[in-house]
Design a protein around this ligand. Structure first.
Ligand SMILES: Nc1ncnc2c1ncn2[C@@H]1O[C@H](COP(=O)(O)OP(=O)(O)OP(=O)(O)O)[C@@H](O)[C@H]1O
Length: 232
């Protein structure tokens, strides 16, 4: 289980997160919601180790991971799919997938066929360059690469951003499937309430760097407050 307590994060003199606390359980999707610029990516980068919080704590399974570098968090099973995907455009799909291998034990350095059953398009495009894929295919590649880390926590930063509706549906289906497997915590950043409602077991909403609302997926379903906070 992820346990974030009173996290404060600043960019120089400008504070982006104020006393943010959240939890994410294995077997559940925890949605982090909020409009543009409220601090969602800052929070995800802090979880993945790309930003150093000024204060507070991030614990995984009861142990603080605050001092671990991103690579060591990946080795502990914390996989981060950043906004914008960050795949390597010059490498093939296969090579992009293989970049996950450095963070897993030797015995796990193979492309698990499950990845192709989740994202069949990747098998067809294995020898194509990452840069030749559509935005949606790149997003699927980035998620597939994260799955090769055999994550215990999967962090997805706005996987639906700029992606065509049919692929959004596919990604939603995969997130549900991974949740139902029951062996990983999924933290999903979203701006779109409808997509979040479909998937969230738990949610928090950020507003100007603070958690202003939280609850269960069912509560999100009927929340007028959430509608207002996420209205564009
Ligand atoms: N590298 C940076 N340097 C300075 N300020 C930053 C930096 N990155 C983000 N910020 C500021 O921190 C605040 C939170 O940004 P963040 O990207 O975390 O928001 P977000 O909710 O993820 O937004 P979006 O939905 O647009 O990705 C914003 O005010 C933003 O301008």
């Amino acid at each position: 289980m992820l346990n974030v307590t009173d996290l404060n994060v600043s960019y120089g003199a400008s504070q982006a997160l104020y006393n943010v606390s959240m939890k994410a359980d294995v077997g559940k999707v925890t949605c982090v919601l909020g409009r543009n610029g409220v601090g969602k990516t800052t929070l995800m980068k802090s979880l993945a180790g790309h930003l150093a919080p000024g204060s507070g704590d991030i614990a995984w399974d009861g142990n603080s991971i605050m001092k671990l570098a991103p690579y060591d968090r990946a080795k502990q099973g914390i996989a981060f799919v950043p906004q914008g995907r960050d795949i390597f455009p010059q490498l093939t799909v296969e090579e992009n997938l293989q970049t996950a291998f450095s963070a897993v034990p030797r015995a796990q350095r193979f492309i698990d066929p499950e990845v192709f059953s989740l994202f069949p398009v990747l098998q067809q495009m294995l020898k194509r360059r990452g840069g030749d894929l559509s935005g949606g295919q790149q997003q699927q590649l980035a998620i597939a690469r994260a799955l090769l880390l055999r994550p215990k926590m999967l962090i997805l930063d706005e996987p639906t951003e700029g992606i065509q509706p049919s692929i959004i549906k596919d990604i939603g289906r995969v997130i549900k499937l991974l949740r139902d497997r029951g062996d990983m915590a999924i933290v999903l950043v979203e701006q779109y309430l409808d997509f979040a409602k479909e998937l969230a077991d738990e949610f928090i909403i950020l507003e100007r760097g603070r958690v202003v609302s939280q609850g269960t997926g069912e509560e999100l379903e009927h929340s007028e407050e959430a509608k207002e906070l996420l209205a564009i």
